[in-house]
Write a protein that binds this ligand. Structure first.
Ligand SMILES: *[C@@H]1O[C@H](CO)[C@@H](O)[C@H](O)[C@H]1NC(C)=O
Ligand SMILES: *[C@@H]1O[C@H](CO)[C@@H](O)[C@H](O)[C@H]1NC(C)=O
Ligand SMILES: *[C@@H]1O[C@H](CO)[C@@H](O)[C@H](O)[C@H]1NC(C)=O
Ligand SMILES: *[C@@H]1O[C@H](CO)[C@@H](O)[C@H](O)[C@H]1NC(C)=O
Ligand SMILES: *[C@@H]1O[C@H](CO)[C@@H](O)[C@H](O)[C@H]1NC(C)=O
Length: 482
């Protein structure tokens, strides 16, 4: 049971997004988070609000949106008013302590109470969408996942807002929305600018592919070359936008987000030790960390490496060797068996890469920390990683004071993982690497039409304007409706 009040909610969103975007039924799944308005009800105020909670594997963020209630010449703009980061871990970590969920959500929900005028509370929709962290938990135990969603629902329902539902979104939905958002932001759809009463007849633009990296999963989504077919139906998305049909490939690799990939690597490597010491090339020389075997084996992602070990804990001792780290990570990608004409890894179909790609979320955060976002070649990125990983932990700590040790210690692994995933998992080459743009708070200037602060460009969607939020994980269907 994924849905909580899901069907009404979907109906609501479907109706509108279908009308507006002309989505085919296959993509109706994209219509998830409705922060819409009804055209039939007279509105007491000129402004409407909506609240979306994005429950990622490592943390939850709450977004508050605002848009004009009365359409002006059939257009309206949705603005992000505020982002509130929920203190603590992702909701999936609350399996053993569901009672704490109330307190966990309280600060950001109270903030919403302040931001949204009291007179608007009852009409302000609230929606929570959870991603791969909850997908994993559900794989382990549907009961436990439901218990968390029930408590989340109960909690959110206690606020004066119009609670619309809390559900786990699918990997396809995640991939699809990332792709749509990137391409709106880049102005790659033949958008009609009803704002100025103009219809631009630009020639067909190539769309961008979308590369998304989270803690628990990673998504790749793009339009394959026209002479190739999408050989597996699960990887095929079809939709119609602005009168044009798009056939898009997408896949979400569960367990291949950066945090779960690290757990996989540790579980694989610890198999070969007997003394409870893991000399690990993916951590800086001099770095040490104690890891509980029980924590390592808790996630379904490490099941295939599970083995009875003569110790309950082990110690990571950093060695700082990029090349060996890269080789160790490569073993997580099984390329021995492909039931299609071509594959990424683990027998998953992947068409030939084509065109430009936007890489966001952790792809951006990690590469930005490593100064590798502005046009570095894959060779330069590799050189940087060789140097960075070999630097002693003590030196790293003094160079980057103020960065949490847990995060700081994992950039060597994460950077190496990104290179390995892109080059060995997704089959990018030093040549096609040049087509990857690491996109974060701002899109590359040459591509953006106007200055964008936090990528809040107002987008024209026919008669609707949307401001997708970046990263675009969960902001489906944030629309001002006709
Ligand atoms: C809406 O249309 C009216 C009349 O055509 C015009 O005066 C007004 O400026 C328009 N408003 C916007 C926001 O474009
Ligand atoms: C598609 O066309 C490209 C060249 O345009 C060619 O290299 C490739 O082999 C073709 N793929 C298929 C599956 O025919
Ligand atoms: C490992 O487990 C012990 C008790 O089982 C706990 O006290 C300790 O905090 C855990 N260590 C880590 C690193 O999670
Ligand atoms: C890779 O996958 C194949 C087929 O699923 C399996 O037989 C093989 O054991 C796997 N290899 C590794 C190293 O996991
Ligand atoms: C990135 O560049 C900044 C500014 O030049 C520098 O201070 C920082 O140390 C660099 N980061 C890394 C990981 O090398």
């Amino acid at each position: 049971m994924e849905d909580r009040k899901g069907s009404e909610f979907k109906k609501f969103c479907h109706k509108n997004i279908l009308a507006i975007l002309g989505f085919s039924s296959i993509m109706a799944v994209v219509a998830l988070i409705a922060v819409g308005m009804s055209q039939h009800r007279p509105l007491p105020e000129n402004v409407k609000y909506g609240i979306v909670l994005d429950a990622g594997s490592s943390h939850t963020s709450l977004y508050i949106y605002k848009w004009p209630a009365e359409k002006e010449n059939d257009t309206g703009v949705v603005h992000q008013l505020e982002e509130c980061k929920v203190k603590g871990l992702g909701i999936s970590k609350y399996a053993q302590k569901v009672d704490e969920i109330k307190t966990y959500l309280a600060a950001c929900m109270e903030r919403s109470r302040e931001v949204v005028p009291i007179s608007q509370h009852q009409e302000t929709p609230v929606y929570l969408g959870a991603t791969a962290g909850m997908r994993l938990l559900r794989d382990e135990s549907e009961t436990v996942a439901d218990k968390i969603l029930d408590m989340v629902s109960k909690t959110l329902d206690e606020y004066p807002f119009d609670f619309q539902g809390a559900r786990i979104i699918t990997g396809q939905e995640e991939g699809a929305y990332g792709w749509i958002t990137i391409n709106y932001l880049m102005g790659n759809f033949p958008q009609k600018s009803s704002w100025y009463g103009l219809v631009s007849h630009e020639e067909e633009k190539q769309t961008y592919g979308a590369l998304d990296l989270g803690g628990a999963s990673t998504q790749i989504t793009f339009v394959p070359p026209s002479n190739e077919t999408i050989e597996s139906p699960d990887n095929s998305l079809q939709f119609r936008l602005y009168g044009r049909d798009y056939n898009v490939y997408t896949h979400s690799f569960l367990c291949y987000g950066k945090d779960q990939a690290l757990l996989q690597k540790l579980a694989k490597d610890i198999e070969d030790t007997s003394n409870g010491i893991l000399k690990d090339p993916c951590f800086h020389p001099g770095y040490e960390r104690v890891v509980n075997i029980s924590d390592l084996y808790k996630t379904p992602c490490t099941k295939r490496f599970e083995k009875t070990l003569p110790f309950h804990q082990f110690q990571i001792q950093g060695v700082g060797d990029y090349q060996r780290c890269h080789e160790s990570i490569q073993e997580l990608f099984n390329t021995s068996n492909c039931p299609y004409s071509q594959c990424a890894f683990n027998g998953v179909f992947l068409p030939s890469l084509q065109g430009h790609f936007g890489a966001f979320s952790a792809f951006y955060f990690v590469m930005n920390f490593l100064n590798l976002t502005s046009g570095s070649s894959s060779e330069q990125a590799m050189k940087t990683m060789v140097n960075f990983c070999s630097r002693p932990w003590e030196e790293i700590k003094t160079s980057f004071v103020g960065v949490k040790e847990k995060y700081l210690s994992e950039y060597c692994f994460s950077g190496t993982y990104i290179l390995t995933l892109l080059l060995k998992g997704y089959n990018f080459t030093p040549s096609s690497w040049k087509n990857i743009d690491f996109m974060g708070k701002k899109l590359p200037g040459r591509l953006s039409k106007s200055s964008m602060v936090n990528i809040n460009r107002q987008l024209t969607l026919g008669i609707v304007e949307v401001v997708p939020v970046f990263p675009p994980v969960l902001n489906f269907c944030i629309l001002k409706l006709i």
